[in-house]
Design a binder for this molecule. Sequence first.
Ligand code: FAE
Length: 539
Amino acid sequence: MQRFGMSRREFMKTAALGGAGLALWGCKPEPDAPTAPVDSEAIVVGSGFGGAVSALRLGLKGVQTTVLERGRRWELSPNYDTFTHGINFDKRTMWLRDRVVLPFIPQGINFDIERYTGLLDVVEFSNMKVYSGAGVGGGSLVYGGMTVMPRAQEFNEIFGDLAAYSEMVPYYQRVQRMLNAVPFDQNPYFQAFKDSGYWEFTFRCAEDVETTRSVNPTLRYQYIPQAYQWDVIYKELIGEIPKSALIGELIFGNNSGAKNSLDLTYLRQAEATGKVVVHPFHKVESIGRDAEKRYTLDVSIINDRGEVVDTRTLRCKYLFLGAGSMGTSRLLLKAKREGTLKDLNDEVGKGWGSNGNGMFMRQSLPKPTGEKQATPPVIAVTDFDNPYGPVIAECAQYPLGFECNCLLYLGLGVHTKRGEYRYEPGAANDGLVLDWPDDGNEESRQGIRHMGRQLNDAAGGSFDTDKFPDEVSKEFTYHPLGGAVMGKATDKYGRVKNYDRLYVTDGAAIPGNTACSNPSWTIAAIAERNLERILAEDF
Ligand code: FAE
């Protein structure tokens, strides 16, 4: 599948032939990337889903916009080696860490790395590890591409009168078109992929659901839209290009250009408007407002080891916060605490949720699951009538390269408990603290465990309690949400209360849960809907 009439790699080739490629690949653009201008009409902080949607819509409206991103820009190399290969970890793997920190520890892998501005960030709070992406494209650089739309029932329960499901559908569709997210079974190479053996674990996952339906007919599986270019993966399959998506290059970056990450979709289109400039290695430390009611941002300009090489104070009329649940909440809490935006209300920091993440592994399965288990995840098991609440679980990759007779699942569910961020100057994690009850995920974990048990009982296998001692994980999330929730810290459209022209556009605005779905599609769709309103009424 191609975007904008040209595949990602073809675009790179064309640019190179035209000379522009020298600036696009194989080079060392940062930290020599230009410093952001002091004055901008609009500034967007962060270039993940909320930030990228904001940047494009502002650019198309003709608003001069500066995007500030703490991470680096990752350009595809013609040698297919931009990112680390599979699980041969190196400095590119993690954001400013000496060691790789994963949700669980596979054996025999070197975890020591050089400290560098790598891709995957993990913040270790007292009882919760929170993962996110860093770099131009934010979480899309590390995400699995799973583009899941919630059902109306769960969406309406979580969002209430903040946004009507029927109103949201066109925005979901718009995002799907932008990311070219097509379900696995609707891609033209489906049969070839099926025959290749690369997706054996996926079909085993489906087969086990069918078997389990004899005891629980409400269990189903569905192929979900995937933000990948299937034609590029097909080229990997037939040997036209080196393998990348097929061999597990996903969380730590995709070298073949198959993943439709935001740097190649929303942000590329935003930059093409000529109105938007993205500045990597610009970390926003604090925000405030000057006497002319322009927003001010204290920014550290860092090098590729994360060391501060310069500092600047930037100004703008309109400020869009898209630094993710943690980044945006931290900036707001710090501004409230230090009095630089003292009228922020007491809802700032509240409404945090893990999206009900609970990972489990089924092991000792009677049938093979395939040596490869490395392709992008494409299937979700659903149980919306689960007695503990609605649950979905996605068959994730487990790219170790040997037959393990095992399947790894990431479960998601609805939970009603919420946590709260606080800002404590001098504390670890840049002063950000998360208060989260130990049993915060319990509702969704019960539902996920119930689903796993039914699969084991009916189709064989058992929970791998070496990896997850309590059968289903509770101590990490890939899906942090909340901290500046719509309708509480902001109005229904992300306008921060008591501050004109200040907006929250990312996962911080979401009320702690995206209703039994991975969050990226909902974050982007809400951002599309909110930006439309803001651009029509505030500009
Ligand atoms: P996000 O995408 O995190 O972007 C925030 C950006 O702000 C980042 O680029 C940061 O580097 C940058 N930033 C932060 N602080 C600052 C600062 N002070 N100054 C400048 N820049 C800053 O935010 N979701 C799915 O829907 N499907 C999946 O398959 C999926 N897989 C995932 C796999 C992994 C391993 C992880 C970690 C997450 C996954 N997610 C998935 C979740 C998804 O990536 C996440 O919900 C969104 O990326 C959140 O979007 P935001 O716009 O909130």
